[in-house]
Write a protein that binds this ligand. Structure first.
Ligand SMILES: O=C(O)CCC(=O)C(=O)O
Ligand SMILES: [Fe+2]
Length: 183
């Protein structure tokens, strides 16, 4: 099974900047972990759920198409729906934005059915330091593509983390595809 599928130019730089400016007008929520426990040692970021932002339908349409193609070509999981709003996470160096090692499969009605995780790098790679998305599909740690507009897709059970942002601000968008339990 393919561990991480990278699509380097999935979005253009100007599309990423447009998404950042659209979400920057929305109020943010403090990031909650799977199961809604708040623990800043585990995660520190702000979140915007894009279902709450008008004019984002084209983004969702594109993300669905990318997941569909990636799943057809690489994963072949039984996917049925996108049961949760995509979220934009904002990791700021001013509060050491980060997210420690975790899997995305939770115990909630939607988070328990997550099967593929898609992360889109929204910020320009040289606008922040640190903030690497690292994925551990096996014994080795892989660093996801950092280029603006790069999409990384991996099974939601895969351990991954975002290292602390040392300077600047990192924006990313995450969406999950859901389906029946693995068997
Ligand atoms: O921001 C990222 O690159 C990853 C976010 C993440 O792991 C999550 O929302 O579960
Ligand atoms: Fe995650």
């Amino acid at each position: 099974m393919l561990s991480i599928h990278a699509m380097p130019d999935a979005f253009t730089k100007s599309e990423c900047e447009l998404i950042i400016s659209m979400i920057s007008q929305s109020p943010t929520n403090e990031a909650l972990l799977v199961g809604s426990n708040k623990d800043h040692n585990l995660r520190k970021s702000e979140l915007v759920w894009t279902d709450d932002v008008v004019g984002m339908e084209w983004v969702m349409d594109r993300l669905i198409e990318l997941v569909r193609k990636s799943n057809r070509d690489h994963f072949e999981f039984d996917l049925r729906e996108f049961a949760e709003s995509p979220q934009v996470a904002i990791y700021k160096s001013s509060d050491s934005g980060h997210f420690v090692w975790h899997s995305d499969i939770g115990s909630g009605p939607a988070s328990g059915k997550r099967k593929l995780t898609l992360v889109l790098q929204l910020s320009g790679a040289d606008t922040y330091e640190g903030g690497d998305l690292e994925v551990m599909p096996g014994a080795q740690i892989l660093t996801a593509g950092r280029a603006q507009g790069c999409v990384s897709i991996f099974p939601s059970f895969t351990l991954h983390q975002v290292t602390p942002v040392k300077s600047g601000i990192r924006h990313s968008m995450t969406v999950w595809a859901h389906g029946p339990a693995f068997r």
